[in-house]
Design a protein around this ligand. Structure first.
Ligand SMILES: [Zn+2]
Ligand SMILES: [Zn+2]
Length: 256
């Protein structure tokens, strides 16, 4: 007859132990991790215009395969302007994609008419294999972004920041670092080849559709630096690739 009473008297679940104070990473461990993950990056040296000697450029007209038509937006059918073209063979030694693929043209197209510039087709990132190519034919209404040719590269080395770290908590106030050559004076990332992305919001590495490994940065595009285009409200765009399957490219952008 006591069964119901003992059940009723059963002590409440023990209180949860008080929350542990956050464990902060040992600054020496964090510093070592940053050093061990140094990466080279290259800032593009550019010149106005679509120069005949350089196939790497922002904007302008793309080179297309002989039988190929200019990519169109699947939603509004508009011709998508070229955002970026990289001639892989002319990238500096040791640069991403140059190491794995060695040749071909990396191209990024985006719809400036309707698109959110996402992987719904309103942005297309691809590797065009080396083959006979010709400048794309243009109609009177072909949209072009102002061409700016990449005529050289400046190499730097960069350590990852806290946005790449997923260990114990980082102290809230990471010491301010002097403005790096790959940042503008607001701390936003500039145009660059390779290196660690300057994420505006959070690190985001989509898996390669073939091998599921996280992709890595090929090229970062700032708003209105080399490319005459604004991603949202002064956003930053990221062209990523798989270092095991160089033809697998992904594109995303972030803004505040
Ligand atoms: Zn469109
Ligand atoms: Zn892969």
């Amino acid at each position: 007859m006591w069964a119901w009473l003992t059940r009723w008297l059963r002590p409440a679940a023990p209180l949860r132990p008080p929350a542990q104070p956050a464990t902060f990473v040992d600054p020496a461990v964090y510093g070592k991790w940053r050093e061990a993950n140094r990466r080279p990056l290259w800032l593009p040296v550019t010149q106005e215009g679509q120069l005949p000697g350089s196939a790497s450029r922002f904007g302008g007209a793309p080179d297309l395969a002989a039988d190929e038509v200019w990519p169109r937006c699947p939603h509004c059918r508009a011709t998508m302007p070229l955002f970026l073209q990289l001639d892989v063979a002319s990238l500096p030694a040791g640069a991403p994609m140059q190491v794995e693929s060695g040749a071909g043209l990396v191209q990024l197209f985006g719809c400036t008419n309707c698109g959110a510039l996402s992987e719904d087709g309103s942005a297309v990132a691809r590797l065009l294999p080396p083959a006979a190519r010709q400048p794309a034919l243009m109609g009177h209404d072909t949209p072009l972004l102002t061409p700016r040719s990449i005529v050289g590269w400046q190499r730097y080395e960069q350590r990852p920041t806290g946005s790449e770290w997923d260990g114990d908590d980082l102290p809230d106030d990471e010491p301010e670092e002097a403005q790096a050559p790959w940042e503008d004076h607001h701390g936003y990332g500039r145009d660059m080849l390779g290196g660690w992305p300057s994420w505006v919001q959070y690190a985001e590495y989509p898996p390669c559709p073939v091998c599921q490994r996280p992709q890595r940065l090929l090229f970062q595009i700032a708003s209105e630096e080399g490319l005459d285009f604004m991603f949202g409200d002064v956003g930053t765009a990221y062209l990523l690739y798989c270092s095991h399957h160089a033809d697998q490219l992904a594109f995303s952008w972030q803004c505040t």
